[in-house]
Design a protein around this ligand. Structure first.
Ligand code: SAH
Length: 423
């Protein structure tokens, strides 16, 4: 608290809440749309140290605007309010270059899972109408055309990659079957409904970037009654874990670098390295403190766009080995149901027991490690809350309660932490 006050300047800036926000811990403010807040320190681009009716706490910068109404807003604010909440220019811009496509295509587990789905359903795909939503380089469409005999594959891609995809389709002799349509799936028109809607829409922690919304909208508009979704379902899995080397590298490091005491930097380290989740974490099966648990399950046939606003899951873990509980690791699995009698369901599992994928896993670090013992239980919930303004972002809030198995200590610790991804 003192440190924050030291940084405060003498003249806080006045802001207004553009929407309501519920703080998830005592460090965060809770406010309603239209509330007047005084911003003392713009601590980071995402979180500001602010004051509401005499109470101080952090407020998410994306929820605040200068001026009570758009009319009262400065020119800069008006520009910001015109900014696309989907950030499509940046998003599709990045898919117009090769970097991401190279990363995805180099991910064999991912790509071969889709190839396997097509292969094991090749007989049932005969004469079917397929939509490949977000076809990128067209890889899934090309698998369909080469390994099965669909009547047509509509390969939809919004980024400028689509121009190359057309060439790739031709180069591989698939232009009779694959039709590349450049545009957002939300805007394109098809001449008919489709039997199968296939897409590789998953992001970090399953939902990040929320491409899944485009898939649901396309499903409701273009999938024929009784048509098939690939993937057909998705699950998010969580496990309490130790992360000794990450903790040592980012936090314990400050204890004695070159024999000096740099521990005053630890609060900064916590803010800088542990506030947001760590993407691209590869957890060793040995670092799992318990058996992983599926916390969220999505049925791609019944899931609705509005369900994406808030998704909550519960967990109950039994600690199977003593160690330091540094945080939670998350990953996802998607399943592809088979079209007919032939072929079994295919699964793409991005967890530590499977071949690593380019998503790897996502690590959520607690502020400080907790020592746990075999037989302790860790129960709680995870809430994925979509950012009300920035539609590709979300906040993951974890609540946990640790019950010690040792009778004499009647030890019960609770904790909660919210992780913005990214706004
Ligand atoms: N199917 C490809 C690419 C997957 S990445 C493969 O498996 O390698 C997701 C792709 O979907 C990106 O190329 C992105 O530009 C595209 N995309 C995302 N949302 C879209 C939308 N609403 N309409 C059309 N394309 C979209």
């Amino acid at each position: 608290m003192e440190e924050k006050e030291d940084e405060e300047d003498s003249s806080p800036e006045e802001y207004f809440a553009r929407c309501s926000f519920t703080g998830s811990d005592s460090d965060q403010l809770t406010f309603s749309s239209g509330d007047r807040l005084l911003v003392h320190v713009k601590t980071s681009s995402d979180w500001w140290w602010a004051e509401l009716r005499g109470v101080k706490g952090y407020a998410p910068a994306s929820h605040l605007r200068q001026g009570a109404t758009i009319e009262g807003a400065t020119e800069e604010e008006e520009d910001a309010s015109l900014e696309d909440p989907w950030q499509d220019e940046e998003y599709f811009g990045s898919y117009g270059t090769l970097r991401l496509h190279l990363e995805m295509l180099s991910d064999k587990s991912r790509t071969e899972a889709y190839q396997q789905v097509v292969l094991s359903n090749s007989a049932s795909l005969r004469s079917k109408v397929v939509m490949d939503l977000g076809c990128g380089t067209g890889i899934i469409s090309l698998f369909c055309a080469q390994l099965a005999q669909p009547s047509v594959v509509y390969a939809v891609e919004a980024s400028s990659m689509a121009e190359y995809t057309r060439q790739l389709v031709k180069q591989n002799g698939c232009e009779e079957v694959v039709t590349v349509l450049q545009g957002r799936a939300e805007d394109i028109e098809l001449p008919e409904q489709v039997d199968i809607l296939v897409s590789e829409w998953m992001g970090n922690c399953l939902l990040f970037e929320f491409m899944v919304e485009s898939v649901l909208l396309a499903r409701d508009r273009w999938l024929r009654e009784g048509g098939v979704m690939w993937p057909s379902s998705a699950a998010l899995t969580l496990v309490p874990c130790q992360a000794n080397s990450y903790f040592a590298e980012k936090m314990a490091f400050w204890e004695q670098p070159y024999g000096l005491d740099f521990t005053p930097l630890q609060p900064l380290a916590q803010q800088e390295f542990f506030t947001k989740p760590k993407f691209s974490h590869l957890i060793e099966p040995d670092d799992c403190l318990s058996t992983p648990c599926d916390v969220i399950f999505l049925d791609m046939y019944t899931l609705k766009v509005k369900d994406l606003e808030e998704i909550e899951g519960q967990f109950q873990f039994c600690v199977k080995k003593s160690g330091f509980f540094h945080g939670f690791t998350a990953w996802f699995t998607v399943s592809f149901e088979s079209l007919g009698e032939e072929g079994a369901a295919v699964e793409l599992n991005t967890g530590p027991e499977s071949e690593p994928t380019h998503w790897k896993q996502t690590l959520f670090m607690l502020d400080r490690p907790v020592s746990v013992h075999t037989g302790d239980s860790i129960s709680g919930s995870v809430l994925l809350r979509r950012n009300p303004i920035w539609r590709r972002h979300m906040t993951v809030t974890l609540h946990w309660k640790i019950n010690s198995s040792k009778q004499e200590t009647d030890n019960c610790q609770v904790g909660t932490k919210s992780f913005p991804m990214w706004r």
